[in-house]
Design a protein around this ligand. Structure first.
Ligand SMILES: O=C(O)CCC(=O)C(=O)O
Length: 241
């Protein structure tokens, strides 16, 4: 997982529609409740990674996460991006989709607007974009990276809701930063928020897993990206596998 890394330039190509039947998803039927976020952020636990970086976790922040998962898998236009690594073009090991106010319509689900508004109030940041990542099984992953390039002049807050099969989310300090590494097992509507200097001083990853047997869909809220999104051709992502 932590092998030597090489910078890669990411490009985006059309992807086939994701057929829900392709996903091995063992739904918890009792979890098909009306989607709703907890605007009171009850149960929030803040972990200070060091004096300037922190992570908040709110277990089960999104109720009805299984329904949200199923709706998003079916409704979104999933794209298969490619990354150039070691002089080879390879499919990114996950599917992605994107929404911002300039996409020409409302969020794919009303509860995502509720989530965006609740996060904006709680963290005093104008969350104006949503990225969706579909990890089809344990072979899909995202390698160590941070979003620092787009935020040279501020400490961004990045909020991630996890739906579907729980996966481990790792955080580690960048080289030269005296901070703590942390791992969180996230799924079923859990919210994780990275703030302070986290994107400057830390990297995060969702590694491949031999024991995960179902899909996970993460919903990533960012701010100050609407209309200013850096095209994927210019996006540098570092991969460790
Ligand atoms: O899926 C996740 O939890 C992390 C996603 C992420 O870090 C990214 O897309 O930049």
């Amino acid at each position: 997982m932590c092998s030597p890394r090489e910078a890669g330039v990411m490009t985006r190509t059309a992807a086939p529609h994701v057929d829900e039947a392709d996903l091995i998803w063992q739904q918890c039927l009792f979890a098909f409740e009306d989607p709703m976020v907890d605007a009171a952020f009850g149960g929030l636990v803040r972990t200070h990674l060091d004096e300037t970086s922190w992570v908040d976790v709110v277990p089960g922040w999104l109720r009805g996460a299984d329904l949200v998962f199923a709706e998003l898998v079916a409704r979104l236009q999933w794209e298969q991006r490619e990354v150039t690594m070691y002089q080879r073009r390879l499919p990114e090991p996950r599917l992605t989709a994107w929404w911002s106010p300039s996409s020409g319509g409302p969020e794919p689900l009303p509860v995502l607007d509720d989530a965006r508004m609740a996060l904006t109030r709680q963290y005093a940041r104008p969350f104006d974009s949503i990225g969706f990542n579909l990890y089809r099984d344990g072979r899909d992953s995202v390698a160590w990276h941070a979003d620092r390039e787009r935020y040279e002049h501020e400490d961004p807050v990045v909020a991630i809701i996890s739906t579907g099969t729980p996966r481990v989310f790792h955080l580690r300090p960048k080289s030269g930063v005296a901070g703590a590494s942390r791992s969180f097992r996230l799924g079923q509507g859990d919210l994780l928020v990275m703030g302070g200097a986290c994107q400057h001083d830390y990297e995060h990853a969702v590694p491949k897993s031999a024991v995960v047997d179902g899909p996970r869909l993460s919903i990533v809220f960012r701010h100050h990206l609407s209309g200013g999104w850096v095209s994927d051709d210019a996006q540098t992502v570092r991969y460790s596998d």
